[in-house]
Design a protein around this ligand. Structure first.
Ligand SMILES: Cc1cc2nc3c(=O)[nH]c(=O)nc-3n(C[C@H](O)[C@H](O)[C@H](O)COP(=O)(O)OP(=O)(O)OC[C@H]3O[C@@H](n4cnc5c(N)ncnc54)[C@H](O)[C@@H]3O)c2cc1C
Length: 475
């Protein structure tokens, strides 16, 4: 490979950083050498990932963990030598509560996402009515859907498990993960495993029981200890960002405080213009920004591609973390936290009892609660002034958990248009985007907008993007 090829990566979130890392690794393995430059608009790297330490508390502003079932983030941590930092939850599976009709109900044991796998806990459960339980119990006998066209998550859950499960379990759980609206979300793109289970086993219950067997042999740590479903990092998610940055330093030029505002193609290279008026040349260009930013950058190059990228909706969310003296809270906080169905009309859509869920998040004798607000239905909350947002969150914590105590501190992180929504038709939309993109040799899109919204999916995509870049440059 020629030595003077330039690879530009736009965006210094986990997608851009991981792409840079895998590129560096691939090129070092003898695939050739190139100049790699990563351009980040902000003054810090990591995008949505940010960890803050405050008076002995460890606060995650954005993501606080990843799913161990999706192995790519774990594999990256191991490769980076931070395996010892992997932090399982305090308990392998903690109770999640659902706020309904004025009180918190434990989600019955054995309900995985929204699928029941145990009979007894369901019979004893106080959240779902008898009618709703009977409807749930019919799930294995509901015939498979014949049509193959995409379906909304809401329709899917209604069809298989009934309206009550949709309203009281699926909707709030999905809001807590995707900040999304099940009525518009694509079940195929957001929960492909559910569609697979229906297709393969004819039932979610049967499919989930099979899956649980497989999960028992779940990712194990080198010392043989089993990892829990959710895994964090002892020093916070920022460690992943910092370690990646450290590893690429020296081989990758990192330009911070540099916003790209236009991309153009000229013969065999791309020209990238920055807000500061600088012009950079690239033989390969990786756009690792949110899709709506990619749409703006690529508008002059390809209107159709830009239009499709723009049609991937994004929602805004905020996390509000509150620290307390533990003995001033009467609530037992005996679980991972709670979710709130939309019909309850609350500000908080989900809350994590962070100090109950993870070791080392609050000093001895203190408690940390992190609330999640905004999303597809209440995005306007993210715009509220701090004082008003805090007032509403405190009111909910008082009504839901009986907390009247003043917090030791409150930390708010606002995430504007940060969470992509995989709405009906997402898979086909992304296929067209990728087909159009492939017609521009050396142009790549990567990040959470396309094939999975979580950190682990984003890492997998970054690795595959790096492989494609290397293959093109070598070809
Ligand atoms: C509140 C919240 C909680 C979450 N919780 C979890 C969780 O617990 N577990 C999990 O797995 N995932 C979680 N996620 C999702 C996870 O954060 C994403 O999967 C991941 O961080 C996406 O990374 P990215 O690099 O694709 O995008 P981003 O992090 O958005 O990075 C994009 C980068 O591009 C930069 N950029 C934008 N425009 C330009 C420009 N014009 N020029 C140059 N640079 C530009 C931005 O500044 C940013 O740094 C959460 C997300 C949010 C918002």
């Amino acid at each position: 490979m020629e030595k003077d090829k330039n690879i530009l990566i736009i965006g210094g979130g986990i997608a851009g950083l991981a792409t840079a890392y895998y590129l560096k690794k691939g090129l070092q393995k003898g695939a050739g050498s190139c100049r790699i430059t990563l351009i980040e608009k902000g003054s810090r790297l990591g995008g949505n990932i940010i960890t803050e330490r405050l008076d002995g508390f460890l606060i995650e502003g954005g993501p606080d963990c990843f799913l161990s079932e999706k192995p790519w983030a774990l594999a990256l941590c191991r490769e980076l030598g931070i395996e010892e930092e992997l932090l399982p939850t305090k308990k392998p599976s903690g109770t999640t509560y659902v706020y309904s009709d004025g009180r918190l109900h434990p989600l019955p044991e054995g309900i995985i996402l929204m699928v029941p796998t145990k009979v007894l806990p369901l019979i004893r459960d106080s959240l779902i009515s008898w009618r709703g339980k009977l409807r749930m119990a019919m799930e294995p006998f509901i015939p498979k859907r014949k049509e193959t066209a995409d379906e909304s998550l809401a329709e899917f859950v209604r069809r298989r498990l009934g309206e009550e499960v949709l309203q009281k379990i699926a909707q709030p759980l999905v809001a807590g993960i995707h900040a999304g609206d099940p009525e518009t979300m694509s079940v195929r793109a957001s929960f492909p495993k559910f569609v697979e289970m229906e297709e393969k086993y004819g039932s979610l219950v049967r499919g989930m029981l099979h899956r649980m067997k497989a999960m028992r042999s779940m990712a194990k740590k080198k010392d043989g200890k089993r990892l829990t479903m959710f895994v964090a990092l002892k020093s916070g998610m920022q460690l992943l960002v910092d370690t990646l940055t450290d590893r690429i330093k020296g081989d990758v030029t990192i330009l911070k405080d540099t916003a790209v505002n236009r991309i153009e193609k000229e013969d065999h290279h791309y020209t990238v213009e920055t807000e500061g008026g600088e012009s950079l040349r690239a033989h390969a260009l990786v756009v690792a920004t949110p899709a709506w930013v990619a749409a703006e950058l690529l508008e002059a190059l390809d209107e159709e591609l830009s239009g499709l990228l723009k049609s991937i909706p994004y929602v805004s969310t905020a996390t509000v973390s509150l620290g307390y003296e533990r003995d001033r809270l009467s609530h037992p906080m005996d679980g991972f936290g709670f979710v709130v169905p939309e019909k309850e009309g609350r500000t908080i859509m989900a809350a994590t009892w962070t100090s109950s869920k993870w070791e080392g998040r609050a000093p001895e004798g203190k408690a940390l609660i992190r609330c999640f607000v905004g999303g597809a239905k209440r995005g306007e909350l993210v715009q509220l002034e701090d004082v008003e947002l805090i007032r509403l969150v405190k009111k909910d914590l008082s009504d839901i958990m009986g907390i009247e105590e003043e917090p030791l501190f409150v930390r708010i992180y606002r995430w504007h248009r940060a969470m992509p929504q995989y709405t009906i038709g997402h898979i086909e939309r992304v296929e067209t985007i990728e087909r159009l993109c492939a017609s521009y040799s050396g142009l790549y899109l990567t990040g959470s907008a396309y094939h999975g919204i979580g950190i682990s999916d984003t890492v997998r995509e970054a690795e595959s993007t790096a492989e494609k870049v290397i293959a093109t440059l070598l070809g």
